[in-house]
Ligand binder design. Structure first.
Ligand SMILES: N[C@@H](CCC(=O)N[C@@H](CS)C(=O)NCC(=O)O)C(=O)O
Length: 339
């Protein structure tokens, strides 16, 4: 079960790895909530708890899906504090007032101060990373999963027998679109979702340039796709929101506020360089509460800029861009003038 952990939690790139490339570890807990008879983790109202960070794009996927599927009364959640230090994520203290709902101490373990204690209570020998999202079973006191791509898929269908319409029939991974979604997941994960981290955590010029140029050629490809797709719907594929929207949104909404400057993803930004992506982003953010209401820019901006001391020694958070996200009917001046 254990994977090897680096000596320091902040050693995003193994100092012994001369390539300077960020290599993300595999998630360790890979169980599934399932409505199959006899399943170890059956769908039950109130049984599961999600530990997330509002800052984290992977955890953000699970918050969006939970809300889209109407699972708010079924799955409770807590967001950790945005600061990640030497001991990893910590819970807010009772006197800290942070934006966003459920930014509280751990409601399930009053003596726990850090997320890592959930991992150790589950497996005292755990040697992997202490990541969010973490899906926890209150009944057996076990971690079900710490892999966001699998947690969201459990949420798509496994609670459907307990859900009213229209949530029950909302299909976020429709059979007809699966080949397209799977194909795009592959390169968008490698080049974009994880690509921003590969760019920002690189410790050699070569590793950085390789990641950032790959990232931007994939953004160019997405831009072309979304410009054509705009004739059909505001969504990435087909005429309804799907997994493709959820997985791309959490990276793109962080792009201008954080990744452009903090992760040096600055060949272009979204608001002035990618009109179709910008339109798609704002339609999701402003028109669908599951996207807008789960986005907490203060957590997002503070987390990256004040936790990654190897990138930003004095932990100063840049003020801009202002605003974090533009209204749908407003553009940056350069775009308005060009029109
Ligand atoms: N594969 C995981 C990745 C999750 C992940 O890396 N989360 C980050 C926050 S954005 C984390 O908790 N990192 C803590 C660490 O690596 O120590 C998933 O998609 O669920």
């Amino acid at each position: 079960m254990a994977t090897s952990a680096p000596s320091k939690i902040t050693d995003w790139v193994d100092p012994k790895d001369k390539s300077g490339e960020f290599k993300r570890q595999q998630s360790v807990f890979r169980n599934f909530i399932s409505r199959e008879p006899g399943a170890e983790f059956p769908p039950e109202k109130g049984r599961y708890h999600l530990y997330v960070s509002y800052a984290c794009p992977w955890a953000h996927r699970t918050l969006i899906t939970r809300k889209l599927k109407g699972l708010e009364d079924f799955i409770s959640f807590t967001s950790v504090h945005w600061h990640m230090g030497e001991h990893g994520w910590r819970f807010p203290t009772p006197d800290e007032k942070l934006p966003g709902e459920n930014t509280t101490p751990d409601p399930l373990h009053s003596d726990f101060t850090h997320l890592r204690q959930i991992y150790f209570s589950n497996d005292p020998d755990y040697a992997g990373r202490f990541t969010v999202p973490t899906l926890y079973d209150k009944k057996t006191k076990k971690i079900v999963s710490n892999e966001s791509s699998e947690i969201i898929r459990m949420f798509y269908y496994e609670f459907d027998d307990l859900l009213p319409e229209p949530y029950k029939s909302l299909d976020l991974y429709p059979a007809t679109l699966r080949p397209q979604i799977d194909e795009s997941n592959e390169w968008i994960y490698n080049d974009v979702n994880n690509g921003v981290y590969k760019s920002g955590f690189a410790t050699t010029q070569e590793a950085y340039e390789k990641a950032v140029t790959t990232l931007f050629s994939s953004l160019d490809r997405i831009e072309k796709h979304l410009a054509q797709q705009a004739a059909v719907s505001p969504f990435f594929f087909g005429t309804q929101v799907t997994e493709a929207d959820i997985r791309l949104f959490t990276t793109i909404v962080r792009f201008d506020p954080v990744y452009v400057q903090h992760f040096k993803c600055n060949i272009r930004d979204i608001r002035s360089g990618y009109p179709a992506i910008h339109r798609w982003l704002r339609a999701l953010y402003w028109d669908i509460p599951a996207f807008g209401e789960t986005t907490q820019f203060e957590h997002i901006k503070f987390h990256y800029t004040k936790s990654h001391k190897q990138i930003n020694q004095f932990a100063i958070t840049p003020v801009g861009p202002v605003p974090d996200i533009l209204p749908k009917d407003q553009e940056v001046n350069a775009v308005t003038v060009a029109r």
